[in-house]
Design a protein around this ligand. Structure first.
Ligand code: NIG
Ligand code: FE
Length: 428
């Protein structure tokens, strides 16, 4: 019988993580998170940017005549990472504050002294569009080289109508082919010129920024930094309900530093995700477990802020919460775009198994940006986003840390790096 043509065959993977086991739809919860689907000597056929078939190499070689092949012998193949929480449009970095923190000042002390997000906003507004665009583009490219085929990107360093819109325009500009999920985060902080009138800034977000962003279709989600000294639960509710009325989905920075009932509020609002959750309460965990809201954990932030406390991930998983991971890539509290590094921190800090970390960063992360039907799994019909990692088995992704294992990244069926795979197998 004649073989079917296909664009690409990725073959001979030592381990192919499908993330397609368990329930047909939605995220993996509880014990299912540790059995996301794994094939030895696995292969994937790709056509028209979509996955045509997943199976054993011998079977797919019998069935397909590929135009291009990637030999993944001795390596791991998995869905591209989905990074469901980043702030990667910021313009300027804040290494000065990093040094202050190294010397003992806390993140909150720096913010109270006018640093932090407000310092970023001052710098952002002083930069040209081109300067911000090249910063964001370079960071997006680096994230892709580390295997993140989809990234959620928040605004939130402009904090004026004009600069928040600019931020989302830049997020759109760095989107190659639907790989950037834009989120409006005008309520990231109260900027300098509104410190005397918080209510006025909340009104500006609701009455001016949100309608403008929604009218131009610049964002898919609206996020609010719901935290003591930032936005209260009532302010968060008002902003989120306004966003919903305009057709945006809701995300929340919830219970990051102090517990304010952010997780419960996220569930009440039907948020697609509640993020951070280092200080989540038992009631918050119970509310999340009984909902579709995904808990996005950001251990890079706990680590980078030198906190003793990480989110109670094991309790959440045991309770049945859908747990995802993200880098939180931003210039203040987590300056890394590497999902692999964050997977290490998830294992060491949150107590996830290596395989749980990878499932949380793919299938569950896709659900956290409303793309669980299209990304985060290697299954027929899903978008052909995948990464070939130069490691002998999946545990090495988190275990051998601080280096980039991605040797080939396929996004929407197109190879963006490789297929010349460097040979580092001697390390394994
Ligand atoms: O997710 N929590 C709010 N925003 C960021 C920090 C932003 C910054 O410090 O620039 C975060 O941790
Ligand atoms: Fe964040």
């Amino acid at each position: 019988m004649a073989k079917e043509p296909c664009d690409l065959l990725v073959r001979s993977a030592a381990e192919l993580l499908t993330m397609d086991a368990g329930p047909a739809a939605g995220p993996l919860r509880g014990e299912a998170l540790r059995e996301p689907g794994m094939l030895a000597d696995g292969a994937i056929a790709v056509t028209g940017g979509r996955i045509a078939a997943v199976g054993r190499t011998a079977d797919l070689r019998d069935r397909f005549a590929p135009r291009e092949e990637i030999d993944a012998t001795g390596r791991v193949v998995m869905p591209g990472f989905v990074d469901p929480h980043t702030h990667l449009v910021f313009g300027r970095t804040r290494e000065d504050e990093f040094e202050m923190r190294c010397l003992g000042m806390s993140y909150e002390e720096i913010a109270a002294a006018g640093g932090g997000i407000r310092a970023s906003a001052r710098r952002f507004r002083a930069l040209s569009r081109d300067a911000i665009l090249s910063q964001a583009r370079a960071l997006r490219a680096s994230a892709l080289r580390h295997g993140s085929t989809t990234v959620e990107v928040k605004s939130g360093y402009g904090l004026s109508t004009e600069s928040e819109v600019l931020s989302l325009e830049i997020a759109r500009e760095i989107d190659a082919d639907g790989d950037v999920v834009p989120t409006f985060l005008g309520a990231h902080e109260v900027p300098d010129e509104w410190r005397h009138d918080r209510a006025g800034y909340v009104r500006l977000v609701i009455d001016e920024m949100l309608p403008r962003v929604a009218a131009r279709g610049l964002a898919r989600f609206c996020d609010v930094f719901c935290e003591a000294h930032v936005f209260t639960p009532d302010e968060t509710r008002a902003i989120s309900l306004a966003a919903k009325r305009l057709g945006l989905g809701v995300k929340l920075h919830a219970d990051e530093l102090a517990g304010t009932g952010g997780a419960e509020l996220a569930v009440e609002l039907g948020a697609v995700s509640a993020d951070h959750l280092m200080a989540v309460s038992d009631a918050g965990i119970a509310a999340l477990a009984g909902s579709e809201t995904v808990a996005v954990l950001l251990p890079g932030t706990s680590f980078f802020l030198g906190m003793k406390r990480f989110a109670p991930a094991r309790r959440m998983i045991e309770a049945g919460v859908a747990v995802a991971l993200a880098t939180d890539c931003n210039p203040g509290s987590s300056y890394t775009e590497s999902p692999q590094q964050v997977a290490t921190l998830a294992c060491v800090g949150l107590g996830l198994r290596p395989v749980e970390a990878l499932a949380a960063f793919t299938r569950n992360a896709a659900c956290a940006v409303g793309l669980g039907h299209d990304r985060g799994r290697l299954a027929p019909g899903y978008r052909a986003d995948l990464v070939v990692l130069d490691v002998p088995n999946h545990r090495h992704v988190a275990y051998h840390h601080g280096v980039n294992h991605a040797s080939c990244v396929v996004r929407n069926g197109g190879t963006v790096r490789g297929p010349d795979l460097p040979d580092r197998r001697a390390c394994g």
